[in-house]
Design a protein around this ligand. Structure first.
Ligand code: SF4
Length: 87
């Protein structure tokens, strides 16, 4: 299956700390918790990839979110570092 574009998937992410909660993932819903997220290598690279959505020029942010979100297991890992509080 061809990957969707970010627009088709309604992917959103903002690097701006003041707007991040409104535009990207929340504490309990963001790309790094999604079954389709492919982590960046090295982790310090910042953005990774996704098996369902085209990463485009900016990649897929661990803190991003799209309408295809599917949470991995029940693991709470990954929530600890995330600063958002609207989840
Ligand atoms: S929420 Fe999941 S499917 Fe959507 S862009 Fe992030 S990793 Fe990909």
């Amino acid at each position: 299956m061809a990957k969707a574009t970010k627009a088709e998937a309604n992917y959103r992410h903002s690097a701006s700390k003041t707007r991040v909660n409104a535009l990207s993932g929340s504490k309990s819903k963001h790309c790094s918790l999604c079954t389709m997220f492919v982590p960046p290598t090295p982790a310090s690279a910042g953005a990774g990839d996704c098996t369902a959505v085209k990463k485009g020029e900016d990649g897929i942010s661990p803190q991003g979110l799209c309408d295809y979100f599917e949470r991995k297991g029940e693991s709470k890992r990954g929530e600890r570092w995330y600063g958002g509080n609207n989840g």
